[in-house]
Design a protein around this ligand. Structure first.
Ligand SMILES: [Zn+2]
Length: 332
């Protein structure tokens, strides 16, 4: 717990090291300390240091009780954890509505596009124009890279077009990797060295939330330019220079948006009214989903290979080995 230790006595090197090991939400005080050591602290630091103030005393275990003030800054770890979760919920509800409640991994891809210059307006317009031209449904967020350039993390629903085709079209428009990166949503994730299966929902949420982590652990390892207070101050300055909405979203019909809105509202209402009902409703919804899926599959004979594996993943069959999972992630 670094919450009430005196950070000013620690060396920058130690702080960087601690920061890369901390949980995301605990990093803000360290970030503020590091950036304020730079010779020209940007106004953003002042804003950052108001977050979670004033301290409302201590808990029984000696932990600080944070104040309710929130800075809302995109460089603030405390604020971005919540913002990321909300963005993940929004994106997932939209995608689910667009897939008529039956999620299918092969219909979407995780896409990153990097801007090549600092003209923010032109980049946003180019992204929007590309998506509209190919009638894609997309939802995600813009963020700022360590070089101060805008980039976008979106989940793109490409349907029958397929991920490989989408990659080709994006390459023609924006350039090859690393300018663009198109990947299938992950099927597994390593948690503490153990391979764990992730549902489509977790994969989408994870992808969107990732855009909300201002500095990733690998940034500290790979980018020497942020490993000093001046570098961090520069990043925050660039980050705060981006104006306007960070949301990158489009292609959804009014009906889908309304349905997604209802979905989100229902979930918050359920949470407010207690979890008893929610569990039961979730079970009903799950069996309904399986029923829909079964009737959808009954029409067509189940082919061997990825189709059948995918459907078994949907139904939550426990009999899956890693090899089958790999194949199931082959989006075309
Ligand atoms: Zn904040």
């Amino acid at each position: 717990m670094t919450a009430h230790t005196d950070l000013s006595t620690k060396s920058s090197e130690t702080l960087f090291q601690e920061m890369s090991m901390m949980a995301v939400k605990d990093r803000t005080p360290t970030l503020v300390e590091l950036v304020s050591r730079a010779h020209t602290p940007p106004a953003e630091v002042e804003l950052l240091s108001t977050c979670g103030k004033p301290i409302r005393g201590r808990t029984a275990s000696g932990r600080e009780r944070k104040g309710l003030s929130r800075c809302g800054s995109t460089s603030c770890f405390r604020c971005q954890v919540l913002a990321g979760k909300q963005a993940g919920t929004r994106s997932w509800s939209l995608l689910l509505a667009a897939m008529n409640g039956i999620p299918d991994r092969r219909l979407m891809s995780a896409v990153t596009i990097n801007a090549e210059d600092r003209d923010l307006h032109r980049f946003k317009r180019a992204v929007r124009r590309f998506m509209r031209k190919h009638s894609l449904k997309y939802t995600g967020e813009y963020s700022v890279s360590l070089a101060g350039l805008l980039h976008v993390h979106v989940a793109v629903l490409h349907g029958d077009m397929g991920g490989l085709m989408l990659r080709r079209l994006l390459q023609d428009q924006f350039g090859k990797y690393p300018v663009i990166n198109v990947k299938p949503l992950p099927v597994t994730r390593k948690v503490g060295g153990v391979v764990k299966m992730v549902t489509i929902e977790e994969a989408v949420r994870g992808w969107i939330q990732y855009a909300h982590v201002p500095l990733k652990n690998k940034d500290f390892k790979n980018h020497p330019e942020v490993r000093n207070p001046e570098g961090l101050a520069q990043f925050i300055e660039w980050d705060s220079a981006v104006l306007g909405d960070r949301r990158c979203e489009g292609g959804f019909t009014l009906e889908e948006k309304a349905s997604a809105g209802r979905m989100r509202k229902r979930n918050t209402t359920n949470r407010r009214n207690g979890a008893d009902n929610t569990k039961r409703q979730d079970a009903i919804r799950e069996s309904l989903r399986k029923f829909k899926l079964r009737s959808a599959l009954n029409g067509a004979p189940i082919r061997s290979g990825k189709d059948s594996v995918e459907s078994r993943i949907q139904l939550g069959s426990p009999h899956l080995d890693a090899d089958q999972l790999d194949r199931s992630s082959q989006w075309r």
